[in-house]
Ligand binder design. Structure first.
Ligand SMILES: Nc1ncnc2c1ncn2[C@@H]1O[C@H](COP(=O)(O)OP(=O)(O)OP(=O)(O)O)[C@@H](O)[C@H]1O
Length: 232
């Protein structure tokens, strides 16, 4: 796909396949187009050219339909509702809300799913707190729990490691590997991407410069150049 913002080509003929059950990463220096790619797949940005298929069929993503299609995403910020408790925030993502049946039983199911997801993310103790008062790393865990509560078949993560310390990042790596779902990971943090991904796409100034396994990517001179150039 190709995406333009006025005169700027943020994505220039980029293709990506995310096979079922795999963990696919997108990396690249600042401004490479990673978040734009993520936003296209979420339906926030409309490409100038290109197409998306889901399960082999042409698909036009719309943000409000993602949850129903089994696609969950976390965003770069933490984006939780300040007036709702942690549990209520996570319940918004829980699958109970999507299922059929009477309202009370759906509520119970969504609360159960939300508590399970909070527990998986190590933040069940904060269930009845308001997210605004919690440390950033804790809110990021809540954000992950919100995404996991819907038991997505596709989990999309936009820079989940941002602002986390090395120990939190190791925890995050284990969580992603153990999520048991298809994952699209857009991330700055090289070590995280290298340790969890089956395949990695590298973007630079909106252009795809490499696609391969972590071993192939770390041995690719173009990738090193892009990162060194960005650091210089
Ligand atoms: N809504 C927008 N309007 C205009 N330009 C935009 C918009 N969104 C992104 N851009 C530009 O498109 C390019 C790609 O941005 P994008 O945020 O996708 O990069 P990124 O790889 O995610 O960067 P970072 O790692 O810094 O988050 C940048 O030059 C950015 O300034």
């Amino acid at each position: 796909m190709t995406v333009r913002f006025g005169g700027l080509t943020a994505l220039d003929d980029v293709s990506l396949r995310v096979p079922s059950g795999r963990i696919v990463g997108v990396i690249g220096p600042n401004g490479a187009g990673k978040t734009t790619l993520f936003n296209v797949i979420c339906g926030f940005v409309t490409p100038a050219a290109g197409e998306i298929t889901l399960d082999g069929r042409a698909w036009r993503p719309r943000p409000h339909q993602l949850n129903r299609l089994g696609i969950a995403r976390t965003l770069q910020g933490v984006g939780q509702f300040g007036g709702l408790t942690v549990l209520e925030n996570v319940q918004v993502g829980a699958r109970g809300h999507r299922s059929k049946g009477e309202k009370a039983s759906r509520e119970r199911q969504s609360e159960k799913d939300a508590l399970e997801a909070l527990d998986k993310c190590g933040v069940a103790d904060y269930a009845h707190r308001l997210p605004g008062a919690l440390p950033y790393a804790t809110r990021k865990r809540v954000e992950l729990a919100r995404a996991l509560a819907s038991r997505p078949r596709i989990l999309m993560l936009d820079e989940p490691a941002g602002g986390l310390d090395p120990e939190e990042i190791r925890w995050l790596a284990e969580l992603i590997k153990g999520a048991g779902t298809t994952v699209l990971l857009v991330e700055h943090h090289m070590d995280l991407v290298m340790s969890v991904c089956d395949e990695i796409l590298v973007l630079d100034f909106g252009k795809p410069i490499a696609l391969g396994t972590p071993a192939e990517i770390s041995a690719d001179d173009k990738v090193t150049e892009a990162y060194l150039g960005a650091a210089a």
